[in-house]
Ligand binder design. Sequence first.
Ligand SMILES: C[S@@+](CC[C@H](N)C(=O)[O-])C[C@H]1O[C@@H](n2cnc3c(N)ncnc32)[C@H](O)[C@@H]1O
Length: 253
Amino acid sequence: MVYVSKPVVDIDRMPRGGPDASCLDRLLQTDQLEYLDRDDVDEDLKRSVIRALEWTGEFFGHTERFAQIVLDEVADVADPKILELGAGHGGLSRKLLDWHPTAELTVTDIEASSVRAMAAGDLGEDPRVTVREMDAVAIDAPDGHFDIAVFALSFHHLPPSTASRVFAEGTRVADKLVIIDLPRPPAPLHLVRLATMLPFTPFIPFVHDGVISSLRTYSPSALRALAAHADPAIDVELRGGLMNPQVVVATRR
Ligand SMILES: C[S@@+](CC[C@H](N)C(=O)[O-])C[C@H]1O[C@@H](n2cnc3c(N)ncnc32)[C@H](O)[C@@H]1O
């Protein structure tokens, strides 16, 4: 279903639960940063979080599910040009290369150490791949250069006005922008999920970042408001979301 939402005037004051968030939902958010977003954190610790993301993506089947979502969206394109933003470890791009014989991938992240690691591995050697440092809110590519751009498990890292720019930039450089992110369950269920994770946050960096991610992930109404703020001409289709990852497919009219 396609939704059109009214613009929110002061987007940076919008709760992560969206303009219509309940009182409890408004409490379930934080300005605290994940280890991945901090400059004062040891590089090895950040790399350990990225490796844990890659491992869990493979183990729980998210990487395959996300690759299928992307390929379904470009099923009509013979040789799709795909941009992965915030790739981290590059597992999703690797799967897309495996599954599509002619797709060309531009694999990017804002974090220089992640880009270095991806460029030094198999992705860096593949003739169908370009690995680059890139900010999802200022994409260095001409209009319409890609068939699809995908930003997986990363959107919640950005505060509202910046996140809104991803909608503008992603739909500028690509025919379709796919954002996949954590679900934001109804507040009581969210509270239960957080309670099960909280005891492990001091010991496991991946869970520490997971709790903050959960508090910072946007609800469906927030996602609609962010797209409308970026440009009312952007249509968004939302899927999944209760316990499964949320999927947003954004296109320009
Ligand atoms: C939680 S990781 C997700 C990694 C991978 N996409 C996955 O699904 O496992 C978030 C990634 O987003 C990247 N990131 C954060 N802000 C970004 C931005 N403005 N532009 C591009 N990447 C960004 C981080 O460097 C990190 O690699």
